[in-house]
Ligand binder design. Structure first.
Ligand SMILES: C[S@@+](CC[C@H](N)C(=O)[O-])C[C@H]1O[C@@H](n2cnc3c(N)ncnc32)[C@H](O)[C@@H]1O
Length: 335
């Protein structure tokens, strides 16, 4: 969890500076209703709420140091609006109630809420609430088709490891096609795992068939030789170089001697316009994930030689979207 720093929060510091500039630099030199009536009201929540929350924390009214969430912002906004615009005019002669002030507080609260929601999360936690609708909007059913392409081949599996499970878009299909299996689902993002567990509940899946583990590869050590199937959907593309080898090696040690490994991911076609297009799409994606999640990998690294070195053979590959996507089935040992 990222700790909120109250008065040292960058938004709070920026809003306090902006407040001082509005009040003592702009107002004496500029006329205009906004500067004289509402500018400082817009800054009220970003500047004052962190200080109010710090006081609440010292008084034991706040039990944690998380970033302010929407209910907390909403309650403080409502209490302040009623006190300043509804009650104060009855008590102080100079105070005047103005509903436009409430609109100004609300606009500051909205900006601060969006900022704190983003700043309070790290890595894929930032994307977790939005991953599902973004995928639907940008890719429709294409990624899901890749994820589920080889699931029939896992029908007899009893222990399946899904790594980088995210919000678990494949889990329902997998539980249906592998009726005897228990699933271990690993992800480094607590937000993604929370979304996955919510989906399990929503889809009415049997929770006794599932174990969720909050852990990061390659540090996480799975039990050796335990799983007869491994699923990594749009996960290996999060790594490159030594880290990718370490992740593949770690997962290969968890695989049983005759395990299968289902991989869906982005790929680069060998030549032509399709290759250029894929390079362009990947460049956009990696910049996006780097900015939003802090992803370290900067370009796609094909894991194929690493899988081969771990004793896996490519037994099926389906490419789609002009070679941009592939769904692979890798197998180890005699079949
Ligand atoms: C691009 S998302 C794909 C999620 C999901 N498999 C899907 O098909 O939509 C990558 C997922 O891998 C997880 N992840 C990234 N790095 C990880 C690591 N080192 N160990 C475990 N999970 C990781 C992220 O939290 C995220 O949920």
């Amino acid at each position: 969890m990222k700790r909120f720093r109250y008065a040292l929060d960058p938004l709070c510091v920026g809003a306090c500076v902006a407040y001082a500039v509005c009040r003592w630099v702009i107002r004496p030199h500029w006329t205009g209703l906004f500067w004289h009536g509402y500018s400082t009201d817009c800054l009220f929540i970003p500047a004052a709420l962190p200080l109010l929350l710090w006081v609440q924390r010292q008084l034991g009214l706040r039990s944690h140091d998380r970033y302010p969430d929407w209910p907390e912002i909403g309650i403080n906004f409502a209490v302040w609006s009623v006190a300043a615009e509804g009650v104060a005019p009855f008590i102080f002669k100079t105070a005047v109630g103005d509903w436009m002030d409430v609109v100004a507080y609300a606009s500051g609260a909205l900006v601060a809420g969006v900022w704190w929601t983003f700043a309070g999360r790290t890595g894929f936690d930032r994307l977790a609430p939005h991953y599902g609708w973004m995928e639907k909007f940008l890719a429709g059913p294409r990624l899901q088709r890749c994820r589920t392409q080889w699931f029939d081949q896992l029908a007899g599996a009893r222990r399946i490891l899904i790594v980088g499970v995210g919000h678990a878009p494949e889990l329902q299909a997998l539980t249906v096609r592998c009726p005897a299996a228990h699933f271990t689902c690993v992800d480094a993002s607590a937000g993604m795992l929370a979304a996955a567990e919510a989906r399990v509940h929503r889809d009415g899946l049997d929770p006794t068939r599932l174990t969720f583990i909050h852990a990061a590869l390659p540090a996480w050590q799975p039990p050796a030789g335990e799983y007869d199937a491994i699923v990594t959907n749009f996960f290996l593309d999060c790594f490159s170089g030594e880290e990718l080898s370490a992740v593949v090696h770690r997962l290969a040690t968890a695989a049983a001697p005759e395990a299968r490994w289902v991989i869906s991911d982005f790929t680069v076609p060998p030549r032509g316009l399709a290759r250029l297009r894929a390079r362009f799409v990947h460049a956009l994606m990696y910049v996006f994930f780097r900015v939003v999640t802090g992803l370290r990998a900067a370009r796609l690294t094909e894991p194929d030689p690493l899988l081969t070195a771990e004793g896996f053979t490519l037994t099926g590959r389906q490419t789609s979207e002009w070679g941009l996507l592939h769904a692979d089935l890798w197998s180890r040992g005699p079949r």
